[in-house]
Write a protein of this length. Structure first.
Length: 363
């Protein structure tokens, strides 16, 4: 949602490590992510046509405070920019300033501009890649104390939010474009970096096993492995594709016993997912950690990296603990379920830490 069309505003408090002295200053770096902010224009194209996206924002940042000067710099993926808003009277000279793929709006003298004032700007540019959205990701991490194994399975419901096709899909035209290595807005492949030591990968969709995949174990063993997937069909704009992947890891890599205590700590990635240059946005993510039978006093926390990890505040992550019964379970395994909405794939760099008290190994 664009800042100049928001009907409600959220405020965040920033605590400084020490009080700011009179007439001194401090520099704050604030990172945030805008999801579902790109729109294809035209909304429908032919299979071989170029795809264009539009992005809308305000020349004046949405702030609660008077601001002395403002500037917005856009780094676009292409020099093909057929349409963009030009401002009039906001600053002397031409605006925006263009340099290669960079478009700079401002700087503007906004001393007299009332906070909350909006000046809408729209820019349209060529984008020859898919706009990948996961409407739902279900991620299961199952801890096995019997086999010393951590089994991971991820179930995806993907959608390409790019331009739809005007006509029906042509297999001949698609084969020809692949032979000529032409760019396309369809999802052709997905690459998953996996943790070192990952083994036994699989790729299944609604029909069954998908053989168009390639697994490359990490060499040397401490390097990340790579799982390269090709969907059963190219996923064009407006198309959907659901599938599941999974793999195994040594449990000792992720689980530690707390020294001098009868408890354990499990440290795993919050999400992993495909790593693509154009990025992936997640509308809803459900992470379920299935612990051994008898685990109790389950607690969790997320570990942030040096930069923003893409996760929302803790109060926006819903959690609950429930029993999960499988074959031959007596009490049922303990499952921690975390649900979060509107997630960017920057969360791939975040870690989930789960602590539990000693579990009961029934015979």
């Amino acid at each position: 949602m664009d800042c100049f069309s928001c009907s409600d505003t959220k405020y965040f408090a920033i605590d400084l490590p020490e009080p700011l002295a009179p007439k001194s200053q401090v520099t704050l770096g604030i990172s945030y992510y805008l999801l579902s902010s790109l729109s294809p224009r035209p909304a429908a194209i032919n299979q071989a046509d170029k795809q264009y996206l539009t992005y809308s924002f305000s020349a004046y940042i949405h702030s609660a405070y008077p601001t002395v000067t403002q500037k917005t710099k856009l780094k676009l993926p292409s020099t093909n920019v057929p349409d963009y808003t030009t401002t009039s009277g906001l600053k002397p000279g031409s605006d925006p300033e263009r340099q290669g793929t960079t478009y700079t709006y401002g700087p503007y003298d906004t001393t007299e501009v009332t906070p909350g004032t909006a000046y809408p700007i729209t820019i349209r540019y060529e984008f020859t890649k898919p706009v990948i959205t996961a409407s739902l990701l279900e991620r299961d991490l199952e801890v096995s104390h019997w086999g010393g194994n951590l089994a991971t399975e991820e179930r995806y419901w993907l959608r390409n939010n790019g331009s739809n096709l005007v006509n029906q899909f042509s297999r001949v035209e698609w084969t020809l474009s692949n032979f000529q290595q032409l760019p396309s807005s369809a999802i052709r492949e997905l690459k998953y970096p996996l943790k070192p030591g990952s083994v036994d990968p699989y790729f299944i969709d609604d029909i069954g096993n998908v053989s168009t995949s390639r697994y490359r174990p990490g060499k040397p063993p401490k390097r990340d492995a790579s799982l390269e997937l090709r969907p059963r069909y190219p996923v064009f704009g407006g198309w959907n594709y659901s599938f599941r992947i999974g793999w195994n890891n040594e449990l000792s890599t992720f689980l530690r016993r707390v020294a001098g205590a009868d408890s354990y700590v499990l440290k795993v990635p919050f999400i992993e997912g495909p790593k693509v240059p154009e990025g992936v946005q997640y509308e809803r993510v459900v992470v379920r950690v299935i612990l051994p039978e008898g685990a109790r006093n389950v607690r969790y926390e997320t570990i942030k990296t040096a930069s923003n990890n893409g996760l929302p505040p803790a109060d926006q992550i819903k959690s609950h603990v429930s029993p999960h019964k499988t074959f031959m379970d007596t009490l049922g395994r303990t499952a921690l379920t975390l649900t979060v909405e509107n997630l960017s794939d920057e969360a791939r760099d975040s870690q989930l830490v789960v602590s539990i008290q000693r579990y009961i190994m029934l015979h």
